[in-house]
Design a protein around this ligand. Structure first.
Ligand SMILES: *Cc1c(COP(=O)(O)O)cnc(C)c1O
Length: 355
């Protein structure tokens, strides 16, 4: 079966909305979209009176070059969150289909599934927070349309072996789409799975400019998948997903200067992550530090609630991840500026002394 055969039949048959910008791109005189002919005051030359290109060619090309795939495999949206939402709506029939998630993991996979009325099947990570290779093959039976793998995983930080992803894509062919979320891959010191796309039409990869690329506020996420999937999702995507200022910010970030800056900052974060992990290991009250391939560290604290409150009272926020499966008593620290990481470490050390 072609991968499109897995999508909802009603979505495949849907007549999409056709926007003015889709029907006709650029011309000297634009009288086709009910826009204002005047830019707003102080728009810095952005031309905000005009609707943006739905998938700007320059941005798609820059992302395709950066991620090493063909441009027809790229769909740009408002963060990878939008891609997760679109995949769920395109592939899962309410009340019938299911998604597989591997907790503890990113919450949006299950949230989007529940909004859509799809079942959520859990294949928990093992006690070392590694994926359970065999359990997946057992559950990915009838009705499972999407299987989410987060690598490196948020919030536990581990990387999923490429060999396993290739094997799962093969095992799921004709049955389900394997969605690999690589939001943190830049920090992993390991290659993306993008090169596997050519071999597996049921593989989709999510990337984002929100983390390593410093653009969380611009909301630029990327889905890489077979051109059929990209075309299908474009049918249900809102007509103008990308705000003009975000397009401009993304292009600047992907420029040669922006790429150099990103590489330097990622190297600095990785060094700092490994330093902070060592310091946490030696902090009284910290009972476990999970090895991380991302830009955060999850750790268990003997009194996590008190540690969280103590840091918050001193204006330092960590994330309480104690509600995630297998992470009771755990906190997550996103690697920040060295002086801010130091402040968190000092407060944790001070907490132990006060006990
Ligand atoms: C932060 C994060 C994202 C990115 O979301 P955006 O919508 O692109 O900002 C995606 N997946 C995971 C696992 C994340 O932690």
């Amino acid at each position: 079966m072609s991968v499109l055969g897995l999508a909802r039949p009603d979505i495949r048959a849907l007549e999409p909305y056709s926007s003015a910008r889709m029907e006709a791109g650029a011309a000297a005189v634009l009288l086709n979209a009910n826009e204002s002919p005047w830019p707003p005051a102080d728009d810095g030359g952005l031309g905000l009176n005009r609707y943006p290109d739905p998938q700007p060619a320059a941005l798609v090309d820059a992302l395709a070059a950066q991620f090493g795939v063909g441009r027809d495999l790229i769909l740009v949206g408002r963060g990878s969150d939008e891609a997760i939402d679109l995949l769920t709506r395109a592939f899962c029939r309410a009340g019938e289909d299911a998604v597989v998630v591997m907790p503890p993991t990113f919450g949006m996979y299950a949230v989007c599934a529940r909004i859509q009325g799809a079942r959520v099947v859990e294949v928990p990570l093992d006690e070392d927070f590694a994926v359970d290779a065999t359990a997946l093959e057992a559950v990915a039976a009838q009705g499972v349309k999407l299987v989410y793998v987060c690598s490196p995983n948020n919030p536990s930080g581990g990387l999923v072996p490429r060999e396993l992803i290739a094997r799962w894509a093969t095992a799921l062919a004709g049955r389900a789409l394997l969605v690999v979320d690589e939001a943190y891959i830049e920090f992993a010191g390991a290659p993306s799975c993008a090169d596997l796309l050519g071999r597996h039409e049921n593989l989709a990869i999510l990337r984002t400019l929100s983390k390593a690329w410093s653009l969380a506020g611009a909301r630029i996420g990327v889905l890489m998948a077979s051109p059929e999937i990209v075309a299908l999702l474009r049918r249900i995507m809102p007509p103008y997903p990308l705000p003009t200022p975000s397009i401009r910010a993304a292009l600047a970030t992907l420029s040669p200067a922006g790429r150099t800056r990103m590489a330097e900052q990622v190297a600095a974060i990785v060094r700092e992550r490994d330093r902070v992990a060592g310091r946490l290991q030696a902090t009284p009250g910290v009972t476990r530090v999970l090895p991380s391939r991302a830009n955060f560290i999850a750790f268990r604290h003997r009194d996590a609630a008190r540690a969280y409150a103590h840091l918050a009272a001193h204006d330092v926020l960590l994330r309480d991840i104690g509600r995630y499966r297998g992470l009771a008593g755990c906190l997550r620290l996103s690697i920040g500026l060295p002086e801010h990481n130091e402040r968190a470490l000092a407060l944790l050390a001070g907490l132990a002394e006060a006990t």
